[in-house]
Design a protein around this ligand. Structure first.
Ligand code: ADP
Ligand code: MG
Length: 246
């Protein structure tokens, strides 16, 4: 079964007297476990597309099936349930709760489910260990670096075992080396089976996906498979270079 299937997906926003066509007639299919990058200039409709796929918004026209279920006309409360069950979100600005420690941030998606308190803690702790933050579970976001905060956000996105991670410019606030670490983490999670749909305007980052979509003026103008670069190998090469220079 397909993970994502859209047919003529369209989103118009009211703007002054008229409307803006933020997204126009996007049709595509994504299989489980793919790693897809969505590229395009500012204003081309990338975030609008991600918000529709993420069930954060509803299309003006067109169809959207997520794991076979038509979600294009569901009311907001049903969409919230689908988001919680099937999707994980990663944002450029991390979007962590500032007063909660890493563990509580990662537990958050489980609070709305039926998971008991003890299991919540255990699953959140295991996720933090998986992203390399086992020693920092009780640090608040302000006590963590940008890269560490993004790791917490990725642990939070994964704790519900989603089918799909949606990431809007996940490395946009990070330096290039830290961005590479985040891409290595996302590629590792993708190898374990979770699909990734990542918006980026940065070709350096899009290289790590195995498929690249290009948007222009709200239209999907290109959709190509590509051989993905390996982020962990590039990191190792960087470290190796650094060690030799030292
Ligand atoms: N909530 C909104 N209300 C009105 N116009 C919007 C809204 N969101 C996006 N747009 C417009 O839709 C177009 C696509 O925006 P967006 O999806 O954010 O592009 P991108 O993420 O590629 O920069 C732009 O022209 C933008 O100004
Ligand atoms: Mg955007």
């Amino acid at each position: 079964m397909l993970l994502i299937e859209t047919q003529g997906l369209t989103k118009h926003y009211a703007a002054g007297e008229g409307t803006v066509a933020a997204l126009s007639g996007v049709s595509l299919a994504v299989s489980p476990g793919e790693f897809v990058a969505a590229m395009g200039p500012s204003g081309s409709g990338k975030s609008t597309f991600l918000n529709l796929i993420g069930c954060l918004d509803r299309p003006t026209r067109g169809e959207y099936r997520l794991v076979g279920e038509d979600v294009s006309r569901l009311p907001p409360d049903r969409l919230a349930g689908i988001r919680n069950r099937r999707l994980g979100f990663v944002f450029q600005s991390f979007n962590l709760l500032p007063r909660a420690d890493a563990l509580a941030n990662v537990e958050l998606p489980l609070v709305y489910g039926s998971v008991g308190r003890r299991e919540r803690r255990e699953r959140a702790a295991a996720m933090l260990a998986l992203v390399g933050l086992g020693e920092r579970m009780h640090h608040r976001p302000s006590q963590l670096s940008g890269g560490q905060q993004q790791r917490v956000a990725i642990a939070r996105a994964l704790v519900n075992e989603p089918d799909l991670i949606l990431a809007d410019e996940p490395t946009g606030a990070l330096d290039s080396r830290t961005g590479l670490e985040i891409m290595a983490l996302l590629q590792g999670m993708n190898r374990e089976g979770v699909a990734v749909l990542m918006v980026t305007h940065d070709a350096e980052i899009a290289r790590f996906a195995s498929r690249c979509l290009r948007f222009h003026d709200g239209r999907l103008v290109a959709d190509e498979a590509q051989a993905p670069a390996a982020a962990s190998a590039e990191l190792a090469a960087l470290d190796d270079g650094g060690a030799r220079a030292a």
